[in-house]
Design a protein around this ligand. Structure first.
Ligand code: AMP
Ligand code: ZN
Ligand code: ZN
Length: 399
């Protein structure tokens, strides 16, 4: 009799433990602007959101670019603090360059400060996996997910999903409890054709179909009701007006400086005298742009506490592009992002569902830096201290 009771207790605790062990799947649709969900093209995403949580928008961090924001989402840090201050970064001290197109740079841990959620989780005994995410391929083994795949945009979207399903089918002790998935379709079509194009509408439908496909697969392996799914995007997209491109080259002929132009920002570094000269010239000619010394940048951008940001920074006003050579922008793209993260066009999406989340719940704009502590809370792990995200700003969406 005693043995039978013990057996029941043993099974109760173990089965409860297994069932209660939470799982989070984080999906990013790159450049999926917040309002794309309102176009009547996304039945799967909208229906999932209506059963779970939907935020009006997800505010990115500044600059509203792909690498800075994907890394903010998984670290809870502003780019000024996690170090990935752009897709392309110039280090004026070592004269090195980070570029998302350079696999040596992308995998070099020295660019990435802070701690990604997979590092936090691994250290606390939780297996993690990533089918693409900026910062998931570092050459230091302990700084990347247990399972990861080097970025390769040629891998078909459905194959990415099928691989995640395979991970979920692994035996319990090998199965990851935190997984990322990434799709670039809306960003690509957004740049090439603009956010209001039929091509972007098709891209939105492709994303929604993929999401539907994923839910169906989860249902087939009987995981749909037990996993927590968070769908995000890193930023939105805004149209470029070819006649609204500021050409700074004529102001920059002042000797020893290095200027890097990104459209949403021009970053200038150099010797003290030249920097002062450049600042003064630009200040006198401020027209559709604003020039700042690094430490005087608007506080709400949270973009000054990093020595890799130029000593002088030029930001365009809404609707404008800042360039050194305007021809860089006139032909390349129809739309872009990277601008002030408070502009609504730069906002992305946030929807979530699963056992951890409230049901049928709509909320206002969320900040992407709060997602790291949110995931830690769902996974029952202790987040890294000294992050910018605050669990108090987001935990109300949990049950
Ligand atoms: P952008 O529009 O310049 O901010 O960057 C978007 C592009 O980043 C996508 O089209 C992808 O090709 C690329 N990308 C996304 N994730 C990664 C990654 N993990 N490694 C390298 N490139 C990536
Ligand atoms: Zn992006
Ligand atoms: Zn983009």
């Amino acid at each position: 009799m005693k043995f039978a009771i013990r057996l029941i207790i043993f099974y109760f605790f173990n089965v409860t433990f297994v069932l209660a062990s939470p799982c989070v799947i984080l999906i990013s649709f790159d450049g999926f602007r917040w309002d794309y969900l309102n176009r009547g093209l996304t039945p799967n995403l909208v229906s999932f959101a209506s059963k779970g949580v939907r935020a009006i928008s997800l505010e990115p961090s500044f600059p509203s670019g792909t690498f800075p924001n994907h890394y903010s989402i998984v670290t809870g840090l502003y780019p000024e603090n996690h170090g990935i201050i752009g897709n392309h970064i110039f280090n004026p001290f070592y004269k090195t360059v980070f570029s998302l197109r350079d696999s040596n740079a992308v995998t070099d841990p020295r660019w990435y400060l802070g701690e990604a959620i997979w590092e936090t989780a691994r250290r606390q005994g939780i297996l993690t996996a990533s089918f693409f995410w900026p910062g998931s391929e570092l050459t230091l083994e302990y700084r990347r997910p247990d399972y990861f795949v080097p970025f390769n945009s040629k891998i078909p979207y459905k194959k990415r999903i099928d691989s995640v399903i395979q991970w979920l089918k692994l035996p319990y002790e090998k199965r990851p409890k935190f997984i990322t998935l990434y799709f670039e379709e809306t960003d690509k079509k957004g740049h090439d054709f603009g956010p209001n194009s039929p091509q972007v509408d098709s891209a939105i439908k492709i994303c929604d179909n993929l999401f539907g496909y994923f839910l169906e697969k989860l249902k087939n392996i009987q995981f749909l009701d037990s996993v927590n799914i968070i769908v995000v995007s890193d930023h939105g997209m805004t149209e470029i007006h070819p006649n609204q491109i500021i050409n700074l080259s004529k102001f920059l002929q002042v000797g020893e400086i290095k200027a890097n132009s990104y459209g949403y920002l021009v970053s200038i570094s150099g010797n003290k005298d030249s920097i002062s000269k450049v600042y003064n010239i630009l200040k006198q000619n401020e027209n559709n742009f604003n020039v700042y010394r690094r430490n005087d940048l608007p506080k709400n951008l949270n973009f000054s506490q990093n020595p890799l940001i130029g000593e002088v920074v030029v930001l365009p006003e809404f609707g404008w592009i800042v360039a050194i050579d305007s021809s860089e922008y006139t032909y390349k793209v129809k739309a872009t992002h990277g601008f002030d993260n408070h502009w609504l066009d730069m906002h992305g999406v946030f929807i979530a569902g699963g056992p951890a989340f409230k049901q049928n719940y709509t909320t206002g704009t969320l900040r992407n830096i709060d997602i790291y502590p949110l995931i830690c809370k769902i996974l029952n792990i202790v987040p890294r201290q000294n992050i910018d995200g605050k669990i108090e700003c987001i935990e109300y969406i949990l049950r």
